[in-house]
Design a protein around this ligand. Structure first.
Ligand code: DGL
Length: 218
């Protein structure tokens, strides 16, 4: 069984894509609504939560765990990989493809407070975004609005924040929180046709398939 976990509905598109790529494999979706939202927590607190959940998922029979959450992945992947024998696939903001795509050399990463401040994101930017200005945009309460299915409020939050950034020549927006990918069409509408909006969902699902094939054959 493959377990896909997030604080709420954010990872559902990744789970859907994994089910499409691996139709014969049991995919269990775990929404940790008890600890939602993850993105406002301290890294230490979130590592503890994810560690605890991972132990439970392994007990349930998970042979591969997908952290379908940027906030959880940027703080806990190395800890989990050192502690557990099951493989973990995580999701991190797609700054590498964004840096390759931008023509203006300005990209934005939409994320939670935790992801935006993380060392993991800073490392990715240092590795892949030489010569590119990366605007880290924290969208307060956006994951909540999406979790509670408050689309009008979600659009207001994005539009309000985008007004602060739209004069800066940004031509690629990276969705650095899986919840945001659920309103990708609305975000595309707000930032307009000259700005590409990208996420890691498909790439993560393809990676899950590759890792599962190794797990299944071992
Ligand atoms: N879906 C999570 C992410 O990708 C965050 C949502 C939350 O704050 O719980 O970062």
């Amino acid at each position: 069984m493959i377990a896909v976990t997030d604080s709420g509905v954010g990872g559902t598109l990744i789970a859907e894509e994994v089910r499409r790529l691996l139709p014969d494999v049991e995919v269990h979706y775990h929404a940790d609504s008890e600890h939602f939202p993850y993105g406002d927590r301290s890294p230490e607190e979130l590592v503890q939560i994810i560690d605890h959940n991972s132990g439970l998922l392994v007990e349930k029979g998970a042979r591969l765990i997908v952290l379908a959450c940027n906030s959880a992945s940027v703080v806990s992947l190395s800890h989990l990989r050192a502690k557990y024998r099951v493989p973990f696939v995580g999701v991190v903001p797609a700054v590498k493809p964004a840096a390759a795509m931008t023509k203006t050399n300005h990209i934005a990463v939409f994320g939670t407070a935790l992801t935006s401040a993380s060392a993991a994101l800073a490392d990715l930017i240092a590795e892949f975004c030489g010569g590119v200005t990366v605007h880290k945009v924290v969208l307060e309460r956006l994951a909540e609005a999406i979790e509670w299915d408050e689309l009008a409020r979600a659009e207001e939050i994005v539009a309000g924040k985008w007004r602060e950034y739209q004069g800066r020549g940004i031509d690629v927006v990276v969705l650095g929180c899986t919840h945001y990918t659920l309103i990708k069409p609305e975000i595309e509408q707000i930032v307009g046709p000259g700005v590409a909006v990208i996420d890691s969902n498909q790439a993560v699902a393809r990676q899950v398939k590759r890792v599962w094939e190794e797990v299944a054959s071992s």
